[in-house]
Design a protein around this ligand. Sequence first.
Ligand SMILES: Cc1cc2nc3c(=O)[nH]c(=O)nc-3n(C[C@H](O)[C@H](O)[C@H](O)COP(=O)(O)OP(=O)(O)OC[C@H]3O[C@@H](n4cnc5c(N)ncnc54)[C@H](O)[C@@H]3O)c2cc1C
Length: 371
Amino acid sequence: MAALSAAEAGCSTTLLERDLEGSSHAANTLFEGMAARAGIAVEESYVIRALDGMRIVSPSGFAATIPGKGYFIDRKRFDEHYLRLAEGAGVSILDGEALRSKLDGSRRTVACTGGEIDARVVIDASGIRSFLAQESDLRPMRHPGDIAWAMEAEVEYPALGDENLFSYWIGSMAPGWKATFSPAGGDRATLGVFVRGHGQNVQSFFRSFLGRFKSEKAKEYRNIEEMKILSVRRGGDPICVLPGEITADSLMVTGGAAGQSGLVYGMRAGTICGAVAARAVAEGDVSAESLVEYEARWRSEFYWEYRLGRSALLTLSGMKDGDVDLLVRGLSGKALISGDSFLKKAAFSGARVAMVQPKTVFGLLRNLLRG
Ligand SMILES: Cc1cc2nc3c(=O)[nH]c(=O)nc-3n(C[C@H](O)[C@H](O)[C@H](O)COP(=O)(O)OP(=O)(O)OC[C@H]3O[C@@H](n4cnc5c(N)ncnc54)[C@H](O)[C@@H]3O)c2cc1C
């Protein structure tokens, strides 16, 4: 998206990608509300299936349903769609790996497999390893230790993929974030755990979640023990790390690399980033002072939402399973989403939480103040 918006604004733009097949890309879920907020129109061409919302499940199995259209997407077609848009806008797409970059006056040279790219502005969108940024001594995530480490499997069982809600379990089975069930239609679905604070190897959490999932589903699917695991992906989700230093002379960082987690919000961040890069190039000033407009624009659109999200996850991490049960049980059956603006929705949901578990609201506020 950064390359696309820079090219649309008239910049000569090159996109370097070491995995054009996208075999390393795991994310498969989009929610309509978040996409609309990020200004992204979800395209039918890459949607496998539309679902009606999500179930939040507590450790003892209480569930609260949150309505809201969500999509299971075909990641290959999704990547292909945006690559073609970029190409159509004039971006040259290069298959290769960035090895290092060097600041040279008001330009940066990127050494990559197959040669060198000489650029006025380099945008690092390389995901959580934020390779070029780190190498240039930027710390693009404010709380890198809070990355949620994930293990997600594609599974197969007759009709398992036909359920109409995404399910998210919270509590000690996936400390700090969630365990997920995403029905992909027909016999396909994904099951995953996203865990914070327990290192990068989260296999033991995955195994116990798998056991729990099968026993919960045994009533509906008689032979669920025979569910097949087709493939497994691992990775890090920078869900609540917040952006840190994301601009320097001739250098910008965007997307997961900058802690701007979530596909659609990352896409919007990339769009802002590319537009600011193009403006800076056109004005002939690619200094950090000129590029910092990107941070200001990102903050005005998203900062408080990410701060609230981080605060909510920290609060959740500190709750005992019994308290999570009480919270979810209290919320079950109540409308959780109201109003159109983000702040109205947050205030409404906050009021609901305050009614069922006032101490959670103090936790949220305390974590919000922590930054
Ligand atoms: C298992 C898992 C499931 C997830 N599910 C969802 C979901 O359903 N919905 C959602 O919204 N978010 C999800 N997330 C979070 C989401 O994946 C990230 O927010 C998002 O991928 C960030 O996008 P990005 O393009 O910035 O980074 P990435 O997706 O990490 O892409 C970085 C790209 O840079 C390339 N690259 C890296 N280094 C180099 C180099 N040196 N040279 C050239 N190219 C390089 C990589 O090949 C890659 O294509 C999930 C995360 C994980 C780990």
